[in-house]
Design a protein around this ligand. Structure first.
Ligand SMILES: *Cc1c(COP(=O)(O)O)cnc(C)c1O
Length: 456
């Protein structure tokens, strides 16, 4: 099992190398040289067994299935639901796939916890250490903090813009009590933290000396880990039944994970509606048109405020007949319209719907009125898009990507009451927070990384 770059200019690498590198040296994203054929989910298989089987297929022998099984079991032990990702029926043919039962109440826990266990295992076995840097506008930081807390061979440094994340989001990052989790609150905005992260990762000397790396949304491990729940849904609703998936979409990670499951034989006759908010670059990208550089705007579903959906490049690679050259051209700003790309994306089963903030708020109200279920704004974007499906003859499965308690202001405004607070949040306020406040400066963060590296 080898991984190749979507831009065709890097050597093929194994699973662990692809996972540690994140981005390929030619600036592309790693994808399997060919998709494996994985047996569908068996009748009595547990989530953990399915996950171990799928991950070891993608690992292609670099980590054994029995080791993978114990890493996955550890990763999902703190989930608040035995099924890890349970299905909940909302009406006749509509279901929510609840992905928010992890410690930080958002679907990013599912992949992040798996990455943490696999990285820590591989590094510890090789006697190596790593510093993982994470810049967050809120959700990813909490998922990373809880996933990497207590890892033996990894130090985690999280950058967040001071005062620009919600109290719940901040506490998820700062109150882990783990000595290997370091929080820097920087005076400035999220773009500033992301710029510092990119500058530090471009510093080859620092990267090699300290083992600096990032876990962002383009990491192949995240995609592989997320393909598992698509396979589980197929088995739960009937092995041969065509399903309509709806993914609230930002960086196109979940939607692409469903495609990977289908390509690997785990999903039948794939159909996926990518639901986006007012940041709708994907509408053009699916149409084979260039999206150009666009400013993202703030909406009620902040985790989806993305105008350059990074994982789309992986789909483009396949839609362009696996031509690294064509991907390079399009990513460097080639402006022509390519109807054949649009046609292939449709043939893969993808469609896209844009949902406004007004429709998102109405959907939160309507879902509550009809079914008594409180949903987060991201999930509401998915549900609103699902209502526009022309002929819902297939069961519709909408991914519920976060718990509503993570976005209490939006829910309160729409429903005029506070969403129920899960136990994970209740305990947070009493725990001690550890963070360092500093300027939005490269030097400040670099000094901190050097200090963490020296003391590890
Ligand atoms: C990250 C995130 C999304 C977007 O998921 P992608 O895989 O990036 O498309 C949607 N909802 C929530 C709550 C998220 O945290």
């Amino acid at each position: 099992m080898k991984y190749i770059s979507t831009r065709g200019g890097a050597d093929a690498v194994d699973f662990v190398t692809a996972a540690r590198a994140g981005l390929a040296p030619d600036g592309g994203l790693y994808v399997p040289a060919s998709y494996p054929s994985i047996a569908p989910v068996g009748p009595r298989e547990t989530y953990i067994e399915t996950a171990a089987r799928i991950m070891s297929a993608f690992a292609g022998g670099t980590i054994s299935e029995s080791v993978t099984a114990s890493l996955v079991a550890e990763a999902y032990a703190p989930f608040g639901h035995d099924a890890v990702a349970p299905l909940r029926q909302v009406s006749g043919g509509r279901w929510l796939l609840e992905l928010f039962h992890g410690p930080s109440l958002a679907f990013k826990d599912v992949a992040m916890r798996m990455i943490a266990r696999i990285f820590d295992h591989v590094l510890t076995e090789r006697g190596e250490r790593m510093i993982i840097l994470c810049a967050t506008s809120g959700d990813t930081g909490g998922a990373a903090a809880s996933a990497f807390a207590g890892a033996k061979s990894i130090e985690l440094v999280i950058l967040h813009p001071k005062g620009r994340v919600s109290e719940v989001q901040r506490r998820f990052m700062t109150a882990t009590g783990a000595s290997n989790v370091h929080n820097l609150a920087l005076e400035g905005d999220f773009d500033g933290t992301q710029k510092i992260l990119k500058q530090l990762l471009a510093d080859d000397d620092l990267r090699q000396r300290t083992g600096l790396a990032a876990v962002n949304s383009i990491n192949w491990l995240r995609i592989a880990a997320q393909s598992v729940y698509f396979a589980r849904v197929q088995a739960a609703l009937g092995a041969d039944r065509p399903i309509q998936f709806v993914t609230p979409t930002g960086n196109f990670g979940d939607a692409f994970s469903g495609y990977v499951a289908a390509r690997s034989g785990l999903v039948k006759d794939f159909a996926c509606l990518a639901a986006v908010n007012e940041n709708d670059a994907l509408v053009d990208l699916f149409g084979g048109r260039p999206a150009g550089a666009r400013q993202s705007k703030a909406t009620l579903s902040p985790a989806m405020d993305i105008q350059a959906p990074s994982n789309f490049e992986r789909l483009l690679f396949d839609a362009a007949g696996r031509s690294g050259e064509m991907v390079r051209e399009r990513m460097s700003g080639e402006l022509s319209e390519r109807p054949e790309i649009a046609r292939r994306i449709r043939e893969y089963g993808f469609t896209v719907e844009r949902v406004s903030d007004a429709d998102t708020r109405r959907e939160i109200q309507q879902t509550y009125r009809e079914c008594g279920i409180v949903v987060c704004p991201h999930t509401a974007v998915g549900l609103a898009a699902a209502r526009r499906l022309p002929n819902p003859d297939r069961p519709v499965v909408v991914l519920a990507t976060a718990h509503p308690a993570k976005f209490p202001e939006v829910t309160k405004h729409a429903l005029e009451f506070d969403p129920p607070v899960p136990a994970a949040v209740e305990g947070l306020a009493a725990r001690e927070e550890v963070m360092e406040v500093g300027p939005m400066s490269l030097e400040f963060v670099r000094d901190k990384i050097e200090a963490v590296s020296a003391s590890a």
